[in-house]
Design a protein around this ligand. Structure first.
Ligand code: ZN
Length: 328
């Protein structure tokens, strides 16, 4: 029996972004009671995000605001290829007007998003996060620079998403976590697993976990591109890391207590079970062993975690079946 799960990284800006998954079906009806959208909305689309996503869904939704005013509308067109779309005043004004929702900022640092301008865009992003007193989430995988170069810019509390990516410039050097990555963690930089369509490598995760490197936040990075596979849902992301050697209780902590605290939702009672608390409960059972894919088509066999009862504010939620089941 677990507290209602907290998803630290997802994309649920349905109807506006091409990557937006439906929040209630993808999350609440699979045991997740609170979720952070990671940069799908920017300042110019935030009003729609608030109305169509935050206010239209029963689960608690917060976000990391994309530093580009455009947000992530369509994966094919990098939102920062025109660097002028990073308008610090707009991002700051949105965060200031919506402190109940905006809990940080997001920059995707992939080359196809930032082009040649990674350094100036990253500096501006850190600076605006500093001004707002909020963390910056940084998406790696396909950065132009090795990770240690990028880590130098981050502050304690900033978050590196996709820590088990199999793309170039990841956290490993051979079988070991790079010293610069361990040093960044030591000074308070956080790491988010953010599975996603293309950023979980079983081989990287296996080696990193064997080297003692667990993510600070275990998230699914659900989107319209992956919620029918290879990601499926947050519980499946947990099952995968457990199968790769991470202790179950540590994984659960990183999908409940840890993201609730990071997102400032612990003060609203999320991420824990307590007498007189929110009555958000997810009961989970281990089901059959299934073959689960990573982002590159490698597979592992793992006992799957399935929600059997989900309570949201004391009311029973109608669970939807696991989306990886073969269709009848
Ligand atoms: Zn993401």
């Amino acid at each position: 029996m677990l507290p209602g799960l907290v998803e630290g990284h997802t994309h649920i800006f349905q109807y506006v972004s091409a990557v937006g998954a439906p929040a209630e079906e993808a999350h609440l009806r699979r045991g997740v009671v609170a979720a952070a959208d990671a940069g799908t909305a920017g300042a110019s689309t935030f009003a729609a995000f608030r109305k169509l996503v935050v206010e239209a869904n029963p689960l608690r939704i917060v976000n990391f605001l994309n530093v580009s005013v455009l947000g992530l509308i369509d994966f094919r067109f990098g939102e920062l290829l025109n660097p002028d779309t990073l308008v610090p005043e707009d991002a700051l004004a949105t965060a200031e007007a919506h402190p109940d929702i905006v809990r940080g900022f997001k920059i995707r640092l992939s080359e196809d998003v930032v082009g040649e301008n990674w350094e100036s865009l990253l500096k501006k992003s850190v600076s605006l996060a500093e001004q707002a007193g909020l963390p910056l989430m940084l998406h790696i995988g396909e950065t132009s620079e090795p990770l240690p170069v990028v880590l130098d810019y981050l502050r304690p509390g900033d978050i590196v998403a996709h820590c088990y990516t199999g793309k170039p410039h990841g956290i490993l050097d051979g079988n070991r976590v790079q010293p610069a990555v361990a040093a960044a963690r030591e000074r308070g930089v956080l790491f988010d697993s953010a599975h996603g369509k293309s950023n979980l490598s079983f081989e990287v995760a296996r080696r990193a976990i064997a080297d003692g490197f667990l993510p600070d936040v275990l998230s699914s990075d659900t989107s319209a591109r992956n919620w029918r596979g290879p990601v499926f849902d947050l519980l499946t992301s947990i099952s995968k890391l457990v199968a790769l050697g991470a202790p179950l209780d540590e994984c659960i902590r990183r999908a409940t207590v840890a993201p609730a605290k990071l997102l400032g939702l612990d003060t609203e009672g999320y991420g824990r079970l307590e007498v007189g608390g929110r009555a958000d409960v997810t009961v989970v059972t281990e089901t059959e062993e299934v073959t689960l894919p990573d982002a590159s088509g490698n597979t592992i066999v793992a006992p799957r975690l399935e929600p059997t009862v989900v309570l949201h504010g004391g009311a029973e939620v109608d669970i939807v079946p696991w989306r990886g089941l073969p269709s009848a």
